[in-house]
Design a protein around this ligand. Structure first.
Ligand code: PLP
Ligand code: COI
Length: 342
């Protein structure tokens, strides 16, 4: 076991090799029992479908250190179910919810010393993935698969964390109308690299995609969902077949309704309606809640609440969500899987 010399206060979102990762291999119609491995390098066939045809999907979830030393996994069942849907879309075998949560639990326990301390603002980010492997060349589903989970200690994904960032509306699409936008598959992210890089070069945190059919409605950020707040306290978020159904978004919908008393509106969010919103944000496991200061559209920067200060509703949502995740605020039933610390 290595003792990490990590400055928890300056953690960003970068790869750090931790001690153990979980590996399970699928062949002859079943997953094997799975092992923890110290080797962070995969040895796979050059004919693997993951390498040529993008037959792979992934997940992202976090483990949080609580005040009493225990560890919280946030809604891992939802990640397991989403990974099952991604696998089905790409003709990969399903990993059961039980195996998924067991793999995550094993990885958290084996790398417990990498969990950022309570109060540091960091968390242990888990990255489960399934890839098609084995000798192959035709465009068909792979003969074998690997399910793996690794972890890294992380801080904020967008620079500054809970600080307003500017985003720009992209002219590119990340997904097709009946494509794989709702699945968490690598191809969507490969398609977002160039638009994201152009947005960053232009001084924005990232870009926001419009719906690929009409280019009139806001869909999402390349790495997070979009929400906005109206003057009359509506929580507005896009619903579309090409948006990734985020677990943070799902959770905020419930918290907005049940704990903040907001009216939730899911549906088309016309990009022409930006002026109706008093606050906006990007939400996701990595992004947590990143306040959107302004959105650049058609050559104009539309500023919401402020570019310096976080809006009051966004602030409340952030407090509720992160309080639940780190065990300070009571969670709705079934949201937390407890892992006892050593
Ligand atoms: N949309 C995209 C494209 C993402 O990559 C993510 C991150 O996982 C999200 C939305 C938010 O999903 P979640 O809240 O489940 O992390
Ligand atoms: C996540 O929030 O888990 C993501 O997958 C976003 C990004 C790191 C791709």
């Amino acid at each position: 076991m290595s003792v990490p010399s990590i400055d928890w206060s300056t953690l960003g979102f970068s790869y750090i090799k931790t001690d153990y990762r979980y590996l399970s291999h699928w062949s002859q119609d079943q997953w094997d029992a799975g092992v923890l491995s110290e080797d962070n390098v995969l040895h796979i066939s050059e004919g693997s479908t993951a390498l040529h045809y993008g037959q792979q999907c992934f997940e992202g979830l976090k483990a949080y250190r609580c005040k009493d030393g225990s560890i919280n996994l946030f809604r891992p069942d939802q990640n397991a179910l989403r990974m099952q849907r991604s696998c089905a879309r790409l003709m990969m075998p399903s990993v059961s919810v039980e195996q998924f949560i067991d793999a995550c639990t094993q990885v958290v326990k084996a790398n417990e010393h990498f969990i950022p301390p309570y109060g540091s603002g960091g968390a242990l980010y888990l990255r489960p993935f399934v890839i098609g492997v084995g000798d192959n060349i035709g465009v068909r589903t792979a003969p074998e698969f690997i399910f793996s989970v690794f972890c890294i200690p992380v801080g904020p994904y967008f620079k500054g964390g809970m600080k307003p960032c500017n985003f720009m509306i992209s002219n590119y699409d990340r997904a097709a109308p009946n494509g794989t936008g709702a699945a968490k598959v690598g191809g969507n992210y490969a398609a977002s690299l160039l638009p994201g890089s152009e947005a960053k070069s232009a001084g924005f945190a990232d870009c926001i995609y419009l719906d690929p059919l009409t280019h009139t409605n806001i869909e999402e950020v390349g790495s997070a969902n979009f929400f906005a707040i109206t003057q009359d306290k509506q929580f507005v978020t896009p619903r579309s077949a090409s948006v990734l159904p985020g677990i943070t978004r799902l959770s905020l919908i419930q918290l907005a309704k049940d704990r903040l008393g907001l009216t939730v509106v899911e549906g088309d969010v016309p990009v022409g309606d930006l002026k109706k919103f008093t606050e906006a944000g990007a939400c996701g496991t990595a992004a947590v809640i990143t306040p959107i200061g302004g959105i650049q559209y058609n050559g104009e920067l539309h500023v919401f609440h402020s570019q310096e200060e976080v809006g009051p509703v966004t602030q409340q949502l952030y407090k509720e969500l992160t309080g639940i995740q780190s065990g300070d605020i009571e969670a709705p039933e079934g949201w937390i899987v407890k892992i006892q610390g050593a």
